[in-house]
Design a protein around this ligand. Structure first.
Ligand SMILES: Nc1ncnc2c1ncn2[C@@H]1O[C@H](COP(=O)(O)OP(=O)(O)O)[C@@H](O)[C@H]1O
Ligand SMILES: [Mg+2]
Length: 394
């Protein structure tokens, strides 16, 4: 028997295709906020289930019929040199395109013809849409922190301007969703540039919701779906071990199961899953460096990340301090977490892979600096630029 569903390791989950647990299981707060016409933010590291949650939420709201809800990403406007009017146009195009996946024709946002590029296009467009609709609109804006500088500021400002007009003249709820808490958006805006002119960059939000990792119970529930389909069991012992390996990180939880079931046991559901398989997976994942691990590893190039991570590897005491921006940043990336009074790697897989990668980088450095010519130009003269940079680093 071949199972219809599978463990998803690429992109957000779809209930008809993938094994999944209810992304809204602990989120009564979201429904409360929507009923109170509030704006809020959701943040979590990459591949935690943000987009999955948004899709489920929009579909559920539309099905219940009290709201008009859609998810869209502003990622297409997320590059530094994009001119502001162009960015606004790109954003509403994405909103228009995506909406057709969630809404019937009579609830779609306005057609794009007639909308020229303009600084406050988003504001105008959302107002026009809200005015046309009888039901309140719940807008779920994904990948907010892919935006840069004045584009980010402008989006936030336009949403703030519309806020007073909700729910008749503007979406009644808007959720901004991304990697970092809204308090950190300011760090993406260059100093001395466009500012929102107030303490908080998004001071109309009522709540900022952090999406957590899976508990052992969540993992058990997810794996049980596979067992029900196929008869193949993940014993409690195995789940415990996988919990240690993954720390409940949702993508890792799926990747480990997928690796055991499909890659190692070749979808032969009569085979027994053992602890040895879990260990084998760890090595496979580390060796293969799927995008999930690769994008984290990429972050180690940033000095502030490398510093903190190196301190943990060296056994230096890091004190949890909410004023330490670097520490919060590395936590928001999902690399490390607080455990009682300690700061530790979020899971065993990260704990194993990171020192290996850093060690590798160190060896590369030694190789380069061990040769004498790295600070010389091809003509044999000193490369002052390179020398100074190396000195700064030193
Ligand atoms: N509700 C869920 N149940 C099971 N797995 C999930 C769930 N939500 C997310 N995942 C896992 O996390 C991965 C990333 O999900 P996604 O929604 O794209 O996260 P994000 O938007 O935070 O990057 C999925 O490919 C899947 O492996
Ligand atoms: Mg996403």
């Amino acid at each position: 028997m071949k199972s219809k569903k599978y463990f998803n390791t690429t992109g957000f989950c779809m209930p008809e295709r993938h094994y999944m647990i209810d992304p809204l299981r602990n989120q009564k707060i979201i429904f409360d906020l929507i009923d109170k016409t509030q704006y809020f933010t959701i943040h979590a590291p990459r591949q935690t289930g943000k987009t999955t949650l948004l899709h489920e939420l929009a579909h559920r709201l539309n099905k219940e019929g009290n709201y008009i809800s859609t998810v869209f990403s502003v990622e297409n406007a997320g590059y530094k040199s994009i001119p502001l009017p162009e960015a606004m146009r790109t954003i509403i195009e994405s909103l228009y395109e995506e909406s057709s996946k969630f809404l019937p024709n009579n609830e779609l946002p306005p057609k794009l013809t007639g909308y020229k590029k303009s600084h406050n296009l988003l504001y105008m467009y959302l107002s026009a849409w809200a005015k046309q609709m009888k039901k309140p609109i719940v807008l779920l804006l994904d990948e907010i922190d892919s935006l840069y500088d004045d584009v980010l500021v402008s989006v936030l400002r336009q949403l703030r301007n519309g806020f007073q007009g909700r729910p008749k003249h503007f979406p009644s709820t808007i959720a901004l969703v991304g990697l970092r808490d809204v308090r950190e958006y300011k760090t993406k805006v260059r100093p001395n540039e466009a500012s929102l002119g107030s303490g908080s960059p998004f001071n109309i939000k009522a709540e900022s919701i952090l999406l957590g990792t899976f508990t052992k119970e969540d993992i058990t529930e997810l794996y049980n779906q596979h067992t029900k389909d196929t008869g193949q069991i993940f014993s409690k012992e195995i789940v415990d071990r996988i919990y240690e390996l993954t720390g409940g990180q949702p993508w890792l939880v799926n990747a480990v199961a997928n690796e055991i079931v499909e890659k190692i046991l070749k979808s032969d559901y009569t085979k027994k899953i053992t602890l040895a398989h879990a260990e084998e997976v760890k090595e496979n994942l580390i060796a293969r460096r799927d995008t999930h691990l690769d994008s984290l590893i990429d972050k180690l190039k940033e000095p502030r990340v490398k510093n903190i991570v190196s301190a943990i590897i060296n056994g230096d005491t890091l004190i949890y301090d909410t004023f330490n921006d670097d520490l919060l940043y590395v936590m928001d990336l999902g690399l490390i977490r607080k455990e009682k009074y300690d700061i530790v790697f979020s899971n065993e897989i990260y704990r194993e892979i990171i020192p290996r990668v850093l060690n590798f980088a160190l060896q590369e450095n030694i190789k380069e600096e061990g040769t004498t010519s790295w600070y010389l130009n091809p003509d044999g003269k000193l490369d002052m630029d390179k020398l100074l940079k190396a000195f700064q680093k030193f």
